[in-house]
Design a protein around this ligand. Structure first.
Ligand SMILES: *Cc1c(COP(=O)(O)O)cnc(C)c1O
Length: 438
């Protein structure tokens, strides 16, 4: 399978090239050249299988033989080595994506991308992942690459401006993870990363690569859990032994899932759209946002008007110009009518989020974090699957006042706070960073 840019102005590439390039040379985002449905018999045979098995089948369909099947299975099983349970909450199900090392759904994408990259490094060779973070991305990426042979991570963060738990998650790993505290702001960190990537000498000598959220290595594994959850919640009756046609009929009968997706950059939702196109039993999606609602507005008006983001209690979704919107648009040939058939947009303000956290704890004894609360609200009391993207303990300052009691910090996060930090401090000047990288 070749991968093509959404802007069609740079040549198709292999999965490996797309993985290490991140953004296409023409500024577009990579998508598979073709997204053909998987045979209904293949999907039916996956019923009852584990997430990593379903994931391997999906990945093999999209990557084809660029990675041998056994290696693919190993990459995915090792990346997704934490539970991803479906938990009943009232008439709905929470798909809990937050049981990885940093307790947020970014672990799914980052861990799989890291192992895809490590797969392609030749023995004795190495590369360096350079990432600027305001908190969460840095911890997910650092944890994902920690200890992987042939890889090194340099995490830049604004000194003193990330939360203690976040800082502990990427400064206590040591080994191949280098935490660099920049004496400046997050914008300074991002500017330094840009300078490093523009420096051909450093780029080549260190084997610099990025690990940002538009990377195909992060998009691909996010397809897996929609595929898995859609068949896990669909009752498929006595399919084996039927023809393909009969199977696809039977699959359609017991109902298809609705997914409510708490969205910021829309990478998560885009992966869902691909899962549906692959033939998994999914009815439609709800694009649930906070007040940064440019995509729900686009769905309503047909006009896309990006704007500066506004701060909310669901801050991982404070995005005013979603990076993956370009992929969504490309998947639907820029036809808002078609997109509306598959995606409904809704937005909620902070007051609604806090009420939902209180209400769901009181009625169902289930504690939502602010992002998952937006996904829950998106279902509007109808049955369906809402994606729970962060552990409530990561947002204690919002959750605890709403539910009127404490949320316990998971043991790994508590332990990280007590471990020794490994941090280098550098001024916000490129020559200092350059020395550190080399
Ligand atoms: C990143 C993130 C989101 C939004 O996902 P996108 O793919 O950017 O739409 C939602 N919730 C949490 C907790 C996140 O970290």
């Amino acid at each position: 399978m070749r991968w093509i840019s959404t802007r069609h102005a740079s040549p198709p590439v292999t999965f490996r090239e797309a993985l290490f390039q991140g953004l296409a040379p023409d500024g577009g985002l990579y998508l598979p050249e073709r997204i053909e449905p998987m045979p209904a018999s293949t999907i039916a045979a996956l019923h009852g299988e584990a997430l990593s098995t379903v994931g391997s089948a999906v990945a093999a369909h999209l990557i084809e033989n660029e990675i041998p099947r056994t290696a693919l299975e190993q990459i995915i099983a090792r990346a997704l080595d934490f539970p991803v349970p479906l938990v009943p909450v009232g008439q709905a199900h929470a798909l809990e994506l937050f049981h990885g090392p940093t307790f947020a759904f970014k672990d799914v994408g980052a861990r799989t991308m890291a192992r895809f990259m490590a797969h392609f490094v030749a023995p004795g060779d190495h590369f360096t992942v350079l990432v600027a973070t305001s908190g969460d991305t840095g911890s997910a990426v650092a944890q994902a690459f920690a200890g992987l042979p042939g890889t090194r991570v340099v995490v830049l963060f604004p000194d003193g401006q990330v939360s203690p738990v976040q800082e502990a998650q990427f400064t206590t790993l040591g080994g191949n993870v280098n935490a660099v505290a920049v004496q400046g702001t997050f914008d300074d960190c991002q500017a330094l990363v840009k300078q490093a990537f523009a420096d051909t000498d450093v780029r080549q000598r260190a084997g610099l690569t990025s690990a940002n959220s538009i990377n195909v290595g992060r998009l691909l594994p996010q397809i897996f859990y929609y595929a898995w959850a859609s068949i896990a919640t669909t009752q498929v009756v006595a399919l084996r032994g039927h023809s393909d046609a009969a199977r696809s009929d039977s699959l359609a009968i017991p109902g298809r899932s609705t997914f409510s997706v708490p969205s910021g950059n829309f990478g998560n939702l885009t992966a869902g759209l691909i899962a549906r196109r692959l033939g998994f039993p999914i009815d439609h999606f709800i694009a649930a946002t906070n007040v940064n609602d440019v995509v729900p507005e686009y769905l309503a008006s047909g006009r896309y008007v990006p704007r500066p983001s506004v701060r909310t209690v669901a801050n991982a979704m404070d995005v005013g110009a979603p990076s993956n919107f370009e992929r969504m648009r490309a998947l639907y040939g820029d036809d808002v009518e078609q997109l509306r058939k598959d995606v409904r947009g809704v937005a909620f303000d902070d007051a609604a989020v806090k009420r939902a956290i209180a209400d769901v704890a009181a009625r169902h004894g289930y504690v939502l974090d602010p992002h998952s609360a937006i996904a829950w609200l998106g279902l509007e009391e109808r049955p369906g699957i809402f994606l729970a993207t962060a552990h409530p303990a990561k947002f204690r300052e919002v959750v605890e006042p709403a539910i009127g009691r404490e949320v316990e910090l998971p043991a790994p996060l508590r332990d990280a706070l007590n471990r020794a930090r490994h941090v280098r401090r550098v001024p916000a000047r490129y020559p200092d960073l350059r020395d550190r990288i080399l």
